[in-house]
Design a protein around this ligand. Structure first.
Ligand code: ATP
Ligand code: MG
Length: 424
């Protein structure tokens, strides 16, 4: 039989269509399925309506090898997954007395009589394998339908998750090609999503036609771009043979804007750069309000290279804590290259940090002028051997995003300066 490669998850339940409940089962399943080489192709959330579920199920079976339905296996009238699947697959339902007996005993253990409606949970489509539920009444069901597999799992994550790990995975693995999904993440800062795509697009064709084809996804968040290169491979060595050269191609095409070729955070990259030199970092922040210091200290072990930071929001504090001359502030304004540089020099002079990083800017929504609009941010980085001062504008980003992107930009500027790269 053809190995299972593609999957869909259908989360059933009208409550999942309200603002108060989120379908998390599909996230869990996406992760577990990747690990056994099955990629999620589509997912759906369907309310408790037989006709809708029937239509979505048929569409999924037309596209994908595996369909996992979650929820709607309970005993009440609105739990219709079992009956809809049985009807669509033309598998008549029969009561499995072993199941009804075990549900009866579950009730009995709590000195209760089983309501008759719970017998619905013992109804099994012809040819289905029953998946025991260690944490609830509704068993799961596993069905082979020609080349396809259909799995029904209970909705509550505390029932579904252990059931998947205990029994579903092994059933599915017996039907896969024995591969798993391997991903390498290349992280980029300093160019847009479309410029990133433009640089790597020429590889897409060759990658897609390899014996182990590479799939590419581009994720943009908070000014940074992540490129995910994914391959379905029998083992790590085979995956590496495909992914390592591909990652090298990406790094060559994108150049200095790549700050990590293995999914590392910018803070970790910078941490490595400074610790290998025996340096420490001090930060002087205005508009980022301590965000850079927070980001640098989010990782365990940061005390090895973080000296500390100053949040100097007012001019007075820039002068008192960092020694920025009042005359400089008066002449150029707080958001200016001379002041940013003086802040970076100031934090170095007042601490034992070798690397001084400073940020001063106008995060908005107020405070902009024609010469310095909202979103203007000035950065300075000073090391024992180099210094850089730059002005950037992030128009229409909004306060939060300006601060986020500015903090990333400051860290990235430090990375480039320390590595001896050109800082654009
Ligand atoms: P039960 O026998 O407990 O009724 P069931 O299979 O019928 O199980 P549902 O009634 O659909 O499951 O859902 C029960 C609860 O499980 C929901 O209230 C919700 O909290 C949770 N749940 C259902 N589906 C999901 C999902 N896709 N993601 C996260 N939680 C879910
Ligand atoms: Mg239910």
């Amino acid at each position: 039989m053809r190995p299972l490669r593609s999957a869909e998850v259908i989360a059933v339940g009208s409550e999942l269509l309200t603002p108060s409940r989120l379908d998390t089962n599909s996230l869990f399943l996406a992760d577990r399925l990747r690990a056994i080489g099955i990629l999620l192709r589509t997912k759906a959330v369907v309310g408790d309506r037989a006709d809708d579920l029937d239509a979505v199920l048929r569409a999924s079976l037309g596209r994908s090898d595996l369909v996992v339905l979650t929820g709607g296996l309970g005993p009440t009238d609105d739990d219709l997954t079992r009956t809809v699947v049985a009807a669509a697959l033309k598998r008549p339902l029969h009561e499995d007395t072993a199941i009804s007996e075990s549900i009866r005993q579950r009730f009995a253990r709590r000195a209760l009589t089983m309501p008759e409606i719970n017998r619905r949970q013992a109804m099994v489509p012809e040819g289905a394998t029953v998946l025991p539920n260690a944490h609830g009444t509704a068993p799961g069901l596993y069905l082979e339908v020609g080349e396809h597999v259909v799995v029904l799992l209970p909705g509550p994550p505390r029932e579904l998750e252990p059931m998947f790990d205990a029994v579903v995975r092994d059933h599915l693995r017996a039907r896969t090609a024995g591969t798993r999904v391997y991903t390498r993440i290349v992280r980029v800062f300093g160019r847009s999503e479309s410029h990133t795509e433009e640089a790597v697009r020429p590889f897409y064709g060759p990658w897609a036609s390899m014996a182990l084809p590479i799939e590419v996804t581009i994720l943009a968040a908070r000014g940074a771009i992540d490129l995910h290169l994914t391959v379905n491979a029998p083992d790590e060595t085979a995956a590496g043979e495909v992914l390592v050269p591909a990652v090298r191609q990406v790094v060559e095409a994108i150049g200095d804007d790549v700050y990590s070729d293995d999914g590392e955070a910018i803070e970790q990259v910078l941490a490595r750069q400074v610790t290998t030199r025996g340096w420490r970092i001090g930060v002087a922040e205005s508009c980022t309000g301590g965000l850079i210091a927070k980001r640098l200290t989010d990782f365990p072990g940061s005390s090895a290279f973080v000296e500390g930071g100053v949040v100097s929001y007012s001019n007075a504090m820039k002068t008192r804590l960092l020694g920025v001359p009042e005359a400089l502030l008066a002449a150029h304004g707080a958001v200016s290259e001379p002041v940013a540089e003086a802040m970076a020099d100031g934090i170095r002079a007042r601490s034992s940090a070798e690397v001084g990083i400073s940020v001063t800017g106008i995060a908005g929504p107020d405070g902009g002028t024609a010469a310095k609009p909202v979103g203007t941010v000035v950065f300075a980085v000073v090391t024992p051997d180099a210094r850089v001062v730059r002005t950037r504008t992030y128009p229409s980003f909004g306060r939060e995003l300006v601060r986020d992107v500015a903090s990333h930009a400051a860290l990235d500027m430090a990375r480039r300066l320390i590595a001896g790269l050109r800082v654009p």
